[in-house]
Ligand binder design. Structure first.
Ligand SMILES: Cc1ncc(COP(=O)(O)O)c(C=O)c1O
Length: 408
């Protein structure tokens, strides 16, 4: 803790800071940074100590670079403060944050419940890696809500949620699922990346562990990967940190710096992402080719009521389903775009469009798709230019459909 953090006037006021203020000030320890606004980038594995005993006492501060330096402490403390958690462990990617969180709490013989809408690589970890450790994953319908109680077995240790799903956007009733987990004595874990940790407060809703793929909005510029596990209690935080130590998890100082720097402007960026996404969603809802818009903040979205109840804002990731479209017309649709790039990830300043169906896998038939599924990330371009880009894509699709028979 820095001298600034210990200032009683700041301590008294920071409890009332709003999100925008926290994003700018949380984790700042300028007195420890020679007055600099941002932390120094410290490189180093070896940390020298005057007495050899200090290397082993556990009382002389950090003894090795793997645990990170000042910027990492600043980022971890900022992410915990923003989400209202007891502590944070950062990792080298969002996926490694998910796997660390799971590995921190399971042991051989455990059963875990995972939402069928979960991010594909998380599903693959649960299906392919956990069985090697004697941990069995079962997938449940994301819309199950309190009905999840019927799925618990005596050995169920963990429930994994992701809300909304990052491809299909189902809103989960996280408070109900977390309450059922707690009643059973199981731990609940939420991949809270879509809300950027700002628009949904997991620990106020009874969730135990929150994961951020900080690669997305915190980094915000598509130039680094970062993950974070934020714990709702000090006990869980120390379990996560111990697992990170045992697994040798460490993060490079430049990436930590970029993530912290991104965090400082995330508040204004998120507002622009949401404003743009709302305009794009409205445009899509008015297109005859669009069957369904998937954006929880949009009143027509199937999960809108849960979003309204639990969330205080929305970000820039949304999806939509199109009328059945022959492959050449779908190809023409994507090729006509000039502002939406085609690549994985999201949360950067630039807009992206990908076919989402190809990334999807389901175990319990929880997705009933109506047509090709498109995932958009609405970046920071002028939304009217983005709408014009999508209009051009629909025109190219129509020309291809017209030239090659029906669209179904
Ligand atoms: C919801 C969600 N969780 C986790 C991840 C993994 O993050 P990373 O790409 O940093 O490993 C992603 C990446 O797209 C994601 O969308």
């Amino acid at each position: 803790m820095s001298a600034r953090d210990e200032d009683p006037a700041i301590a008294a006021r920071r409890a009332n800071w709003r999100n925008a203020t926290k994003m700018v000030h949380a984790g700042r320890a300028t007195s420890e940074w020679s007055g600099l606004v941002n932390p120094p980038i410290e490189r180093g594995s070896t940390i020298l100590h005057a007495a050899t005993a200090d290397l082993f006492s556990g009382r002389a501060g950090p003894t090795y670079g793997r645990s990170g330096h000042k910027a990492q402490r600043a980022l971890e403390s900022a992410l915990a403060e923003i989400e209202g958690g007891a502590g944070t462990q950062v990792t080298s990617s969002g996926l490694s944050a998910v796997t660390l969180a799971i590995l921190s709490v399971v042991e051989a013989g455990d059963d875990i419940l995972v939402t069928d809408s979960v991010y594909g690589p998380t599903r693959r970890f649960c299906e392919r890696f956990l069985p090697r450790l004697g941990v069995h994953a079962r997938f449940y319908d994301p819309l199950i809500g309190a009905g999840i109680a019927a799925f618990f077995q005596p050995d169920t240790r963990l429930v994994v949620m992701e809300s909304p799903g990052s491809l299909t956007f189902e809103m989960q009733d996280c408070p109900a699922i977390a309450a059922a987990a707690r009643a059973h004595g199981a731990i609940s874990l939420l991949d809270n990346t879509w809300s950027a940790g700002i628009y949904f407060r997991p620990f106020d809703h009874g969730i135990d562990l929150s994961v951020q793929a900080a690669t997305k909005y915190q980094v915000g510029h598509a130039d680094a990967l970062m993950g974070a596990v934020i714990s709702g209690s000090a006990v869980l935080d120390s379990r996560v940190k111990e697992a990170a130590r045992l697994l040798g998890i460490s993060v490079g100082p430049e990436d930590v710096y970029l993530c912290l720097r991104g965090l400082r402007t995330m508040g204004v960026r998120l507002k622009a992402h949401e404003a743009g996404a709302r305009i794009v969603a409205e445009f899509l809802a008015g297109r005859p080719e669009v069957l369904r818009v998937l954006y929880p903040a949009w009143p027509g979205d199937p999960g809108h009521e849960i979003w309204k109840r639990d969330f205080t804002g929305a970000t820039g990731l949304l999806g939509f389903e199109m009328e059945l479209t022959p492959a050449p017309a779908l190809d023409a649709f994507y090729r006509a775009m000039r502002l939406f790039g085609h690549g994985f990830s999201w949360g950067g300043y630039e807009s992206l469009a990908i076919p989402a169906d190809g990334e999807m896998a389901r175990s319990c038939g929880s997705w009933r798709g109506m047509g090709p599924l498109v995932r958009l990330h609405v970046g920071l371009e002028d939304p009217d230019d983005l709408v014009a880009d999508l209009e051009a894509a629909f025109t190219a699709r129509a020309a291809e459909v017209g030239g090659h028979g029906t669209g179904s």
